[in-house]
Design a protein around this ligand. Structure first.
Ligand code: FDA
Length: 397
């Protein structure tokens, strides 16, 4: 028997039963393509189940190319414009899934994230996509089509779609396999980095802030040219919260960050007003009017000597304002891929068609989702990229 006769043959094989892979599979299935999805994990869509604190922030109504980081910021435009958040929402509504809008266009499920995975699986079932889990892919070769040797046997296909995601959270099945496939076929892979990830602090700094663990407040955080105002969370290992997660995508190890602890306030003006109104009040109590009491107290113990307001000179009040609004320090690192929500970098977009996600030099080979060098900000943008890139490939595979 020939090798092809021994293999099970499909039109399309998708490697990775995550967000992008399932979207591509159901789209290709709707076109009548015979599709097999292979995944080494014991469950499909593990990240979908974990996402959005268990409620899956499945898209963002205000998605635009500006919400993505990539060496080629234009690459994502085509797919994002052809499959919009409203297209995904139409599928969500067709399945009667209840959702709610949190801040700024972020759509979350009302029930647990499982409803999104169930929806994708039922759309796959409807068009007879086969999803095969617990399958280790051992070898991929290409002749006219592709041949895959796996722990469960051999498979052949015309189109091979790589949807293996990034390196974040290995315990949820993440591997660098997609990058290996790209390299095997001569495609360039850009350096990867953990993103949307908490910062860790060094020994002394960590000790000083340890008592603040669990405390959260709105803050403006900056590094380089990037800054954002969002909630900042003190943790037992460092700093987190949406502000820090967003900042981490723009931060490079060794770089200092700056924090404005009172972003909505002219602090100098506020302190001098309080000095005239409450000359006997201590600084820590004045600050506690504008920030959590525990933080005001700790800042005074550590850096800002707390005295009665009438004991500060104008110059000292200016210096205090400066300290509170420009708190500079270097995080010792990030929590890394262990807890990062996404991976920056990946398959170089110059190697791919922005319309179809097909490798320019390898007809029939496609890369979609997070494995590609397109990384969204926090707020549903990463799933929208997974849906849009999966849909774009699903139209042509
Ligand atoms: P994804 O990682 O979803 O899927 C890849 C699949 O490939 C997995 O099933 C994996 O098992 C499989 N695979 C890997 N290696 C393999 C191999 N060697 N052989 C076979 N299969 C292999 N985004 C967002 O927009 N809103 C949100 O609310 C959240 N929340 C969130 C929470 C947490 C905790 C995380 C970690 C991430 C998020 N994200 C998010 C990001 C989002 O989950 C992510 O960007 C998408 O899942 C990426 O979709 P992909 O399909 O590209 O990869």
């Amino acid at each position: 028997m020939s090798e092809t006769a021994m293999s099970q043959t499909y039109d399309v094989i998708v490697i990775g039963a995550g967000a992008a892979g399932l979207m591509c599979a159901l789209t290709a299935g709707q076109r009548g393509r015979r599709v097999l999805v292979l995944d080494h994990a014991n469950k499909a869509g593990k990240k979908i189940l974990m996402s959005g604190g268990g409620y899956c922030n499945f898209t963002n109504l205000y998605t635009s190319p500006d919400n993505y980081i990539s060496a080629n910021p234009h690459f994502c435009k085509s797919a994002l414009s052809r499959y919009s958040p409203y297209d995904f929402l139409a599928m969500v509504e067709k399945h009667g899934i209840a959702y709610r809008e949190k801040d700024e266009g972020q759509l979350f499920c009302v029930e647990k994230a499982r409803v999104i995975l169930d929806m994708l699986r039922s759309e796959c079932d409807r068009v007879k996509v086969k999803i095969q889990l617990r399958t280790r892919i051992e070898l991929i070769s290409k002749n006219t089509g592709f041949r895959l040797e796996t722990s469960e046997g051999e498979y052949a296909c015309e189109s091979l779609v790589v949807a293996t995601g990034g390196l974040s959270i290995p315990t949820l099945g993440a591997t660098g396999f997609g990058y290996d496939i790209a390299r095997q076929f001569g495609l360039n892979v850009l350096a990867t980095r953990a993103a949307l990830v908490p910062f860790t602090l060094s020994g002394k700094m960590q000790e000083k802030l340890a008592g603040l663990s669990g405390l959260s407040l709105p803050a403006r955080v900056s590094c380089g040219d990037y800054s954002i105002t969002e909630d900042l969370l003190f943790t037992h290992r460092g700093l987190s919260g949406p502000a820090i997660l967003q900042l981490s995508s723009y931060w490079r190890p060794g770089e200092a960050i700056s924090i404005d602890l009172l972003p909505a306030l002219d602090v100098e003006e506020f302190l001098s007003q309080q000095q005239s109104r409450h000359p006997k009040m201590e600084l820590k109590n004045v600050l506690a009017e504008k920030m959590p009491k525990r933080l005001a107290q700790r800042l005074c113990e550590l850096w800002l000597e707390s005295r009665a307001m009438n004991q500060y000179s104008t110059g000292e009040l200016q210096a205090l304002a400066q300290q509170l609004q420009h708190w500079h320090f270097k995080p010792s690192g990030s929590e890394g891929y262990r807890t990062a929500e996404v991976t920056l970098g990946g398959v170089d977009t110059r190697e791919l068609s922005s319309r179809t996600m097909e490798a320019n030099a390898v007809p029939g080979l496609f890369f979609i989702g997070e494995v590609v060098d397109v990384t969204g900000q926090l707020g549903g943008f990463n799933f929208q990229w997974a849906w849009a890139s999966g849909w774009a490939a699903g139209q042509v595979v």
